[in-house]
Every structure is written in C-alpha cells, then in structure tokens.
Design a binder for this molecule. Structure first.
Ligand SMILES: C[S@@+](CC[C@H](N)C(=O)[O-])C[C@H]1O[C@@H](n2cnc3c(N)ncnc32)[C@H](O)[C@@H]1O
Length: 351
C-alpha cells in the first residue's frame, strides 16, 4: 500500500500540519501578549528584550522566549546585530487599539475548557449549553463584538439598509434580539436620540453590563431585559428589529424568526447580521476563514443549540438556508448586502 502513496502529497500535508501546530501555539502567545500589554509596549518602538520587559513591567527571560516565538512566527522583526526587536506598524495596527484582532486567540483558549463536554457530545449527542460558557463567553463576546460594532455599526451595517439611518434619525421603536452586553443598542441609542431601543438576551450578566453602559452614557432611550426571544412581547409593534450574530446559535431559530416577524409593524424592517458563507460546504472550500468558522460552530454555536435538542444550525448555516427560513417566517422581501467588514452579510427583511 505504502508504495502507492503520493510522497509529494504526504510532504505537503506534513507541512500543513506543521503550520497548524505553529498557529495553535502562536494563538497562546498572542493571548499572553495581549493580556500583558506586550504589543502596546512594543508598538512604542524597537527594543531589546530587556527594554521591552521593562516597558511592560515583566520578567526579561520570559519576554525573550516569547519574542523568539514572535520573530520566528513572522509577527516581530529581529536585528541580530543590535539584538533589537521591532513590531512593524502594519502589524501593531492589528494587535493594538481599535483594530486589535486578537479576540480570536482569547476565544480559542476559552473553548479549550469545553473540549471534554463537546467530545462527549460527539459520542452521546446533546451539547454544552450557553450557561456553561458564562461568564467567560460574555467577556469574550463583548471584547470581540464591541470593536466590530464601534467600527462598522453606524458606518456600514445600518446604511446597508436604504433609508434606515434617516428613519432612525426621525424616531423609530427598535428592538435588538440576542443583544449580549448591549453595546450595539447603546451605540444606536446614542446616535439616534429620537429613537428608543430595547435589548433582549438570556444572559443575566450580559444584560447587567448593558444596563451599566446605558446608565454610564446617560442613555434614557435604551433599556434591557433578560428575555428568551423565542417569546417576547409582540404589541406594540416594533419599526425595527435587529439581530447581530444572534440567530444561528438559537435553540429554535425558526421560532425566533417567526416571533420577530410577528413583532414587526407592517412597514417595519428586520436587520439580520450573520456570517457570510454558503449553505453548501463545497462553496466554502478555499474561503480563508472557513476552517475557523466550522470549528467555532462545533465548539460553541452548534453545541449550545444541540444542548437543548435544538436545530443546531451552526455558524456556517449560510445564505441559502437563511433566505429559506426568512421566507418561511413570512418575510416577503429580503435584500442581502455586503457591509464590507470581511465576515458578515446584512439581510434587510421586510414583511
Ligand atoms: C453570538 S452572541 C451575539 C451578541 C450580540 N448581538 C453581539 O453582537 O455581540 C449571541 C447572543 O444571543 C443570546 N441568545 C441566545 N439564545 C437566546 C435566546 N433564546 N433569547 C435571548 N438571547 C439569546 C446569547 O446569550 C448571546 O448573548
């Protein structure tokens, strides 16, 4: 048998596995770097390991070994003559500040805690419920989506629905389902003082954070309730309902979409932000983020639904299935727009 093996194919795959190993370990180093402020310290300019350790208030020996991973991993540059480490500004911009993307490293570490439960579910079914992911998930979700909403919500997501920004300026009654820590609703409340916003989520900790943020910002037009959105008040009707990354992990996503449709006024809009992907695996081959998306689905989005005998749509349910389910819920017109955030689609859904 071995004689028939394509040796080049085997070598290529060994190389792929080595890359996966490097990426997995570098994820841990990215999390340490972000947690300890090493990227912020390095962004101040080239430094020796001693200087960088002093800037960050850390132990030089650990920092030097960590820098070894950073340099060989292509994250830092190294001048062997002067023993100087440099975080190029192009890299620093993605590891610090508003465009810091290291939330994915935090997520990977969080998910490892749930490997036993998810592995067990492969054998016996069921899953790991949302409650098991809290409170860490709430913190992680807040970290990841807060930056995304700051950058894209007002400038990209809302304008993807023609006329919506203008209507919000005039005053709408709006609801955000699966609002998490409420940052999106609070941002909208701040930008559109003539509109009112209510956010619903099952996470008590998330709702408390949302209320704290609204209070700190003096936002009298934003309120938050612990509420399972499978059932929420449908009177009086809402002019706008939003769901940011909050449909595909539902236990009963079709039931939630039906409920949203029932709660909308006849000329209302449902804005659903969800992962840009195809429902057909074959179409997703070659999409750079697809392996991470399917893995996140196994480790979180699908398992939290299957934990309650749910639909288990998963992160990559895709545009075709989303359109079918929106039609089933009674949305007669659905327009899909690219909000240019590299991850999502905006579905503008009208009764
Ligand atoms: C992936 S998070 C997105 C949170 C938020 N929209 C954001 O952009 O950060 C999905 C949220 O939906 C909430 N959720 C899941 N099922 C729910 C349900 N049946 N009712 C209310 N909230 C739910 C979760 O608690 C979680 O906060």
């Amino acid at each position: 048998m071995a004689a028939n093996l394509d040796q080049q194919k085997r070598r290529t795959f060994r190389h792929t596995l080595a890359g996966i190993n490097n990426g997995g370990m570098l994820n841990l180093m990215l999390k340490i770097g972000d947690d300890l402020g090493l990227f912020d310290a390095a962004a101040q300019g080239p430094a020796s390991s001693q200087q960088l350790a002093e800037r960050a208030g850390l132990q030089e020996r650990y920092v030097r070994e960590w820098l070894g991973a950073m340099v060989t991993g292509g994250i830092f540059e190294y001048d062997a003559d002067t023993l100087t480490y440099t975080l190029p500004p192009e890299h620093a911009g993605l590891l610090t500040g508003i465009d810091n993307v290291t939330a994915f490293a935090h997520r990977t570490v969080l998910f490892t805690k749930h490997l036993p439960g998810v592995t067990e579910a492969f054998k016996n079914g069921g899953g790991v419920p949302y409650t098991a992911f809290r409170p860490d998930f709430t913190t992680f979700q807040n970290l990841g989506s807060r930056r995304r909403h700051d950058r894209f919500l007002i400038n990209n997501y809302l304008p993807a629905v023609p006329g919506l920004t203008e209507r919000l300026s005039q005053g709408l009654r709006a609801c955000d389902v699966g609002c998490g820590t409420g940052h999106a609703a609070n941002l909208m409340a701040q930008a559109f003082p003539a509109s009112t916003f209510v956010g619903y989520d099952i996470g008590q900790d998330a709702i408390e954070s949302a209320r704290d943020e609204a209070q700190a910002g003096g936002l009298n037009n934003a309120s938050f309730e612990v509420q399972d959105v499978r059932h929420f008040p449908t009177e009086p009707k809402f002019d706008l309902i939003t769901a940011f990354d909050a449909i595909h992990d539902q236990v009963d996503p079709q039931g939630v979409l039906n409920q949203i449709r029932d709660a909308l006024s006849p000329d209302g809009t449902f804005l659903m932000l969800d992962i840009r992907a195809s429902s057909d695996l074959a179409d997703n081959i070659g999409m750079s983020v697809a392996p991470a998306l399917y893995s996140v689905s196994v480790m979180h989005c699908m398992t939290v639904s299957l934990a309650h005998d749910g639909a288990g749509l998963g992160t990559v349910w895709g545009e075709q299935l989303a359109r079918r389910m929106l039609a089933e819920a009674g949305f007669s017109r659905v327009e899909v727009a690219d909000p240019h955030d590299q991850m999502n689609l905006v579905y503008a859904c009208h009764p």
